[in-house]
Write a protein that binds this ligand. Structure first.
Ligand code: NA7
Length: 536
């Protein structure tokens, strides 16, 4: 094969992989610098996660006045979110509006999957090859491939031979699925299962839920946004956004106190009741020691377990739904009528924590020798999170080093932004950055702005090559792991540690030290001339 990067003049200054919220904003910023950019996107429209996750009940679990871009004052003033937690269709409409408003469409090539990216050390260019046989060269390759985008299809024997319909929540048909009169199996009770189960139960003749691990589910209390409330938030956006950026998760949740153990049981429960009644994720910030004190964590865990016992009529079912792992060890879920759904006559919970699914037969799901006959199997089995989308592309850096080889024992990055051995390649919300432990949109914006400032700096100083230094990367990876191991999150099996994917090394994927600390570190690196990177 001819050397496809033999010309030093690239086809584009930058290739961006993915047209979700990260890829769209990256395109906008790079174009603002006067760069030529080509974005490749597998789907037929923009939105990324919010393009693909069209399952029934799909909605964001972050209050969406804050789960939105803040880089454009006009955009945040003109857009009106209909609900406190908008549905997938509203998020997809927002993404299309952004693409219209900033005229992003012409630079995005849809229905095009990037299969390979190869670095040429002679020309300092990336060659990017796509599934349709296309090849382009670019100075920079920016991976905006998403943290929850590589679908986890479980290896369950017989799945392919199932005679009915099979769907994965993260790859839902655009036309939707009609469950009316059907017997349905949902496998998985993470956020996607939690959101879809109540909606499917309303339509299906019977719903069997196969639960491997019970999760903590807080009521969303979703509702229409009140005009006065919207006006107030919009009037105070600068202050509210700035406050959120100073919060651990990039979301502003008031903390009631440093320790749940420093207050009386009565006061603590009052606090938990208020947050349960308000709905949503704010309960995770009630006290500051949920990740460091078993005893503090147990108070919140037991509060929620008691809520479940109060909602679910059948005590045996309630105990199965009551989570055993620590609160916040796995991702906290936000739902609507989730526990109430198990009081319906047409819903059966099947505990597969100790007796996993044996196999799928053509008729249904077999557990412990018994076949639950169904017409539809819904896989709500999640993602190969954070690293999966990058590892599914054949990325080859200096001397042919692949990301798969480099990450064999766990992801290695510097700041989740760059990697030794992969010059001029940036990862937006890559492993080792706060990403999935934070409000994703501010984290995306912080990365995009850092990367575009870096490229601008390189242009000003006539550099055409930037690479993370191996020592800086090693130190950062050790720091990420140290912090991860100190949190109680390390005590259970979760996708934060890659535990949901057979064979994936058990290593914390996001940086768990909080958004403000991380953003300060990135600013400091840039202010000091990109310490830890070699520019040439
Ligand atoms: P999650 O949170 O990874 O949930 C996947 C669920 O599927 C979870 O309950 C898993 O059980 C279960 N699962 C996965 N594989 C299997 C097999 N083989 N057999 C039975 N059960 C299985 O994915 P979601 O899509 O719900 O949510 C992802 C994120 O999107 C969410 O955290 C939010 O940030 C938004 P397990 O817990 O591993 O025992």
């Amino acid at each position: 094969m001819a050397d496809i990067t033999s010309n030093t003049k690239p086809d584009f200054d930058a290739v961006v992989v993915g047209a979700g919220f990260a890829g769209m904003y990256m395109l906008y910023r790079l174009r603002g610098l006067g760069l030529s950019v080509r974005v490749f996107e597998t789907g037929t429209s923009v939105g990324g996660t919010w393009y693909w996750n069209r399952y029934p009940g799909a909605r964001v679990d972050t209050e969406t006045m804050f789960y939105s871009y803040q880089f454009s004052e006009e955009l945040q003033q003109e857009w009106n979110w209909p609900e406190r937690y908008p549905a997938q269709a509203d998020l997809a409409a927002y993404a299309r509006h952004v693409a219209d408003r900033f005229d992003l469409w012409p630079d995005i090539q849809f229905k095009t999957a990037v299969e390979r990216a190869t670095w040429n050390e002679d020309t300092h260019l990336w060659a990017v090859e796509t599934g349709d046989g296309g090849r382009v060269t670019a100075r920079y390759c920016i991976m905006a491939t998403g943290c929850l985008s590589a679908v986890n299809y479980p290896h369950i024997e017989g799945l392919d031979a199932f005679a009915g319909e099979t769907y994965h929540t993260a790859h839902w048909p655009e036309a939707g699925v009609d469950f009316t009169g059907k017997r349905v199996a949902v496998i998985g009770t993470g956020s996607s299962g939690v959101q879809s189960i109540p909606v499917i139960a309303e339509q299906a003749a019977h719903l069997h839920v196969f639960q491997r691990t019970a999760n903590y589910v807080i009521p969303a209390h979703n509702r229409a946004m009140e005009p006065a409330e919207v006006a107030e938030i919009k009037a105070n956006y600068p202050e509210l956004r700035a406050r959120a950026k100073q919060s651990f998760s990039g979301n502003y949740f008031p903390v009631a106190g440093p320790s749940a153990m420093a207050v009386s049981e009565e006061e603590r429960n009052r606090e938990y009741e208020a947050r349960w009644a308000a709905g949503g994720l704010s309960i995770m910030a009630a006290y500051a020691d949920f990740q460091t004190s078993d005893a503090a964590n147990e108070t919140a865990s037991e509060f929620i377990r008691n809520k479940i016992r109060g909602i679910v009529n059948d005590p045996d079912v309630a105990e199965l739904l009551a989570p055993k792992q620590l609160f916040l060890c796995k991702r906290l879920c936000v739902g609507t009528d989730y526990y109430e759904t198990y009081n319906r006559d047409n819903v059966t919970l099947i505990d597969i924590s100790e007796t996993p699914i044996d196999r799928i037969t053509p008729e249904g799901v077999c557990v412990d020798g018994r076949v639950y006959e169904v017409d539809v199997v819904v896989l709500a089995t999640g993602f190969d999170a954070v690293t999966g989308a990058l590892k599914r592309i054949d990325i080859r850096g200096v001397d042919g080093l692949t990301v798969q080889d480099k990450w064999e024992e766990g992801p290695k990055t510097y700041l989740g932004l760059g990697m030794a051995g992969f010059p001029n390649l940036f990862t937006i919300t890559g492993p080792g950055s706060p990403s999935v432990l934070t409000n994703m949109i501010p984290s995306i914006e912080q990365h995009v702005e850092w990367i575009s400032a870096c490229i601008d700096h390189m242009r000003d100083h006539e550099f055409d090559r930037i690479e993370a230094q191996a020592e800086a990367e090693t130190a950062w990876v050790a720091h990420v792991n140290d912090i991860g191991d100190q949190t109680l999150r390390a005590t259970c099996q979760s996708w934060y540690f890659g535990s949901n994917i057979p064979g994936k090394p058990r290593v914390i994927l996001p940086f768990a030290g909080g958004f403000p600390v991380y953003a300060n570190k990135c600013d400091e690196v840039a202010a000091n001339g990109y310490t830890g990177f070699t520019l040439a």
